[in-house]
Design a protein around this ligand. Structure first.
Ligand code: CTP
Length: 217
């Protein structure tokens, strides 16, 4: 099984020294890469800027990128040959319309930035997904969590969507633990208890493997 996995944040440059980013650490994505490697999968890990040590498993090939556009280009190269796509990256939805060549100097009391939409990696690749391929997305919602997650699953052509809970202490960005629910296309919900991201990754890989196998039966 060949797995394409996006992980970490993206950084969208403003000038040579500044960027727009987010608080994703990449821990969940890297744990998933290791867990897929443990069960014998070949993994292409497309990683935004993270502070984590690169995975050492020979089954994991890591491609480092910075921006959403670079992440898309790297993912698009691998996607056609991958059996399973997992979109764990926290991709910036927008980037500065202009990247200044020189450092932006301080001037007025306010500064307005114009942002333009980035490519939606999961949705764009989702349109090219073949019936034998399997896609898993992540969603982070603060209201109407299940409805929004199901909407994302349909819009982005996911087979499963992993819903992160921000309401639970110890879950989400920066923590070593996480608590998620997984939704499938039938709207069925599977709850995973709060646990170490490494353990959760193993549970998610088991679920993805079995659903992938069923879809090929
Ligand atoms: N995603 C992606 N490319 C983007 C944005 C999101 O591949 N430009 C993927 C994420 O990796 C994740 C899923 O899409 O698997 C959902 O991301 P999320 O940010 O929750 O979705 P958005 O479509 O950006 O919706 P929202 O309006 O809630 O930000």
């Amino acid at each position: 099984m060949h797995v394409l996995l996006t992980a970490g944040p993206t950084y969208e440059p403003l000038d040579p020294v500044r960027f727009l980013g987010n608080r994703s650490t990449g821990k969940m994505g890297y744990a998933l890469a290791e867990a897929f490697a443990e069960v014998g999968a070949a993994v292409t890990l497309i990683s935004g800027p993270v502070q984590l040590a690169p995975p050492t498993s020979p089954r994991i090939r890591t491609v480092r990128v910075e921006t959403a556009q670079q992440m898309y280009e790297a993912a698009a190269q691998v996607a056609p040959a991958a059996d399973v796509w997992v979109f764990a990256a926290a991709v910036a939805d927008y980037r500065p319309a202009v990247v200044e060549y020189e450092k932006i100097k301080k001037s007025g009391e306010t500064l307005t930035l114009e942002l333009v939409k980035n490519v939606d990696i999961a949705a764009t690749l989702g349109q090219t997904k073949r019936p034998e391929q399997f896609a898993v997305g992540f969603a982070l919602e603060t209201t109407n969590e299940l409805a929004h997650a199901l909407g994302k699953l349909q819009r982005k052509n996911f087979d499963l969507v992993v819903l992160n809970s921000l309401r639970d202490a110890g879950a989400g960005f920066g923590h070593d633990t996480n608590k998620v629910s997984v939704l499938d296309r039938a709207g069925q919900v599977l709850n995973f208890e709060l646990q170490a991201k490494t353990d959760l990754a193993r549970g998610l890989v088991q679920l993805i493997q079995s659903r992938f196998a069923i879809s090929h039966a």
